[in-house]
Write a protein of this length. Structure first.
Length: 736
């Protein structure tokens, strides 16, 4: 089953890469620190002023200098911009800060808007090395010591506060009011804080704009040396699950077939594959930019999930000559080892009719590595830059000019523009027969300074009292949630399952109850917590609810469990404990009980049936996992690595309208990732259709829809966007 791709960060990366480098507007101020005799010098704008101790040091590349700002010191930047954004201060702007932290694990300040430096700064790296501030939340990713970064802070008070690191969106923070926090006076104190949260930092460049740069422009700025930073997400993905459009891409451009093919069963249930005839092959237009110091693609990774029906034949995997006029670059030989004359051959061999996941990690000039089912089979010296294994615009799969291309079956192809490391390869998973989709959200409670921190997705928010406690294994932490307290999850999943709400999902909760024989609540779908929770342990220690009945099995006190709840309203509601199915209940109606709004409350109940509970991990998916996939998740001590890198990308992505609530007009941004017939339907809160807007055929790109209130009444509305039969929704609020 094809599912929606909800990782918005990967969507903007793909679009940005495919449109190459956007034109970046001219800065209003620029400071580069390349003149040690005049560190305050401006390239554009007014000179800086210094307070405290600064020192000239080496910058991120040869011949480039930087300034080191000691703890308690700072720079005063007079930007010269006029008030904007509808207020009396500068409410829309972008700051660029190229920086390095010499020491991780301590507080660093980036900028301070109080000219007297008498209050907290506006942006920090905290002791977990995450970037943000309490009012916006902190990034899920963390900084490394002695590593140069280009940070782009894009602000539009009343609409957004965003932080990009090396072109990648690290934080889409909470919005502040016009003329509120983050609005600029005439000057800004860089790297200042009033109470010592400003450890030594190095800066090689500062820039400022009087507009909020968008994601394409942030990506175009590149890293601290100005280069485009390669993305570590896959840029091409092909699955072969639709026999009628078997060459279509989940990500990227469709493949081309030379020769013959047929659709056959893949490595797992509901998974298809393509079987190529002898001397047949696929042409991939991968869309990667030249890299690695040459004119061709010298660094990349390629995933091939395959099966060979006949082990007596030779098989080709990789052919970099688009004309197929030379020998391929990677084979199985007569003994079924994998390699070539340029790399030698693996000591391990493959067998007929077994599925394998091959990942080829290439960095010309350094290495050529082949992993099979997660194990390194071949570790060869790198070839010359622009030499063997370098890619032109087109890559041939399973092609060879001299007959070394026996029948082969392939269920999945992926390509990246970086050489993946062993950890990343392990995360993709080693076995193509058991594939677990990527989580949409994950929370692990390992950071005792920020128990609400997300590993994937949005940070949680807490109501009441929570504590850090020991988790299920040594060195693993958990959170203890007191009775009457709970956590709120903004899961980010769109409405699905033929309804306005989230009707299909999987929720994983790793938990321990300190006391048996009392009620415990696991989750509550009513965001105001005004009704009973939707899943409990009862006084008999069984799990369930009145709508589903309770499990025959029971849990014990002071024992860790991994509970996985798979929901498909209209079909089923299932509970697994440590991989075993404990409850298989009938599905509730679509948009009925167990359907999720945008917020989900964890461990909440309205009338006290929420005894104290410990939790070491929570994860959520936007699909209902199969029993096989749940079994792969194991128990609360299991570290799962067999996760796909990304979910499929939909034809189009619907953004949130702004402003919201609105009075006269509102703007709805949307993106089309492949040519689609786009139509919008506006529904009132009873589901009645009140307006239809046909946008027609749209090619890939970014668009906006302006919606006027007209004769509509105040209230809540649902906007549905349909693109190539895929439906996404957003909630709109009209106030007249």
């Amino acid at each position: 089953m094809k599912t929606k791709f909800l990782a918005t960060i990967s969507l903007f990366i793909l679009i940005a890469v495919s449109t190459a480098l956007a034109q970046v507007p001219e800065r209003k101020g620029l400071w580069k620190f390349d003149d040690p005799s005049n560190l305050s010098k401006a390239e554009i704008g007014a000179p800086l002023e210094f307070a405290g101790s600064v020192l000239s040091v080496d910058g991120p590349k040869a011949g480039n200098k930087a300034v080191e700002i000691a703890k308690g010191s700072y720079l005063l930047l007079t930007h010269g911009m006029q008030p904007n954004g509808g207020g009396s201060l500068v409410n829309e702007y972008t700051m660029q800060i190229d920086f390095l932290i010499p020491e991780a694990g301590v507080w660093h300040s980036f900028f301070q808007l109080d000219p007297t430096n008498a209050s907290d700064a506006e942006l920090f790296a905290n002791t977990s090395n995450s970037v943000g501030v309490a009012e916006t939340g902190y990034s899920a990713k963390g900084l490394l010591a002695n590593t140069w970064y280009r940070m782009v802070v894009s602000v539009k008070n009343g609409e957004f506060f965003r932080i990009y690191i090396d072109g990648s969106l690290w934080l889409d923070g909470s919005v502040r009011d016009v003329d509120g926090r983050f609005a600029l006076l005439s000057s800004v104190l860089m790297f200042a804080d009033n109470d010592g949260d400003d450890a030594t930092i190095q800066c090689s460049e500062l820039g400022i704009w009087d507009i909020a740069l968008n994601e394409d422009e942030a990506l175009a700025l590149g890293g601290a040396t100005g280069e485009r930073v390669p993305v570590r997400t896959k840029l091409g993905w092909w699955k072969f699950d639709d026999p009628t459009h078997i060459l279509d891409a989940e990500l990227g451009s469709p493949l081309q077939l030379v020769g013959t093919q047929q659709s056959v069963a893949g490595p797992s249930e509901d998974n298809k594959a393509i079987k190529l005839g002898a001397d047949s092959y696929l042409k991939m237009t991968h869309g990667l930019f030249p890299n690695g110091g040459g004119t061709l693609v010298n660094e990349y990774s390629l995933q091939i999930d395959f099966l060979i029906p006949d082990a007596t034949l030779l098989h080709s995997f990789l052919q970099t000559d688009a004309a197929n006029a030379t020998e391929a670059q990677l084979f199985t030989n007569s003994t079924n080892a994998i390699g070539s004359t340029g790399t030698n051959y693996s000591s391990n061999t493959i067998s007929a009719n077994n599925w394998y996941r091959m990942i080829i990690s290439v960095k010309n000039g350094e290495f050529f590595k082949v992993y099979m089912n997660g194990e390194l089979w071949l570790d060869a010296a790198g070839q010359a830059v622009d030499g063997r294994y370098a890619l032109s615009d087109v890559l041939l799969l399973f092609a060879d000019n001299s007959g070394k291309s026996g029948n082969i079956v392939c269920s999945e192809l992926s390509i990246w523009e970086v050489a993946l490391n062993e950890t990343e390869i392990a995360d993709i998973g080693s076995n193509p027969t058991i594939q677990i989709p990527q989580r949409v959200g994950r929370w692990e409670f390992e950071d005792t300074n920020n128990l609400n921190k997300a590993t994937i997705g949005n940070n949680l928010t807490q109501t009441g009292t929570i504590y850090s406690v020991n988790g299920p294994v040594a060195g693993n932490n958990a959170v203890e949630i007191s009775s009457g307290s709970y956590l709120t999850m903004m899961h980010g999943i769109y409405g699905n399952g033929d309804g306005f709400m989230v009707n299909e999902y999987t929720l994983q909760i790793d938990f321990l109850i300190p006391q048996a024989g009392i009620w415990h609540a696991f989750f509550q779908t009513e965001p105001e917590n005004l009704s009973d929770a939707d899943l409990f342990t009862n006084m008999d220690n069984a799990i369930g609810t009145g709508a589903t009945s309770y499990t025959a099995n029971t849990i014990s006190a002071n024992t860790w469990y991994r509970m996985v709840i798979t929901v498909r309203n209209g079909s089923f509601f299932r509970i697994y404990i440590n991989g075993e199915n404990w409850l298989d209940a009938a599905g509730q109606q679509v948009d009925g009980r167990f359907a999720l709004a945008s917020e989900l409350l964890l461990f909440a109940d309205n009338d006290g049936e929420d005894g104290l509970i410990d939790c070491s991990e929570v994860s959520i998916w936007d699909v209902a996992l199969t029993a096989e996939q749940v079994a792969k998740l194991g128990d609360a001590t299991t570290q799962v690595t067999a996760l796909q890198d990304h979910l499929p990308m939909p034809s189009a992505e619907l953004g949130q309208n702004y402003p919201n609530p609105f009075t006269n007009t509102t703007i709805i941004p949307y993106q089309v990732t492949q040519t689609a017939d786009v139509c919008f339907r506006l529904l009132d809160d009873k589901g009645n259709e009140v307006r239809v807007i046909n946008e027609g055929i749209k090619s890939a790109g970014k668009y906006t829809l302006t919606l006027s209130s007209g004769n509509l009444k105040s209230g809540n509305y649902i906007l549905q966007m349909t693109a190539n039969k895929k439906v996404t929704t957003r909630k709109l609020i009209l106030v007249k």
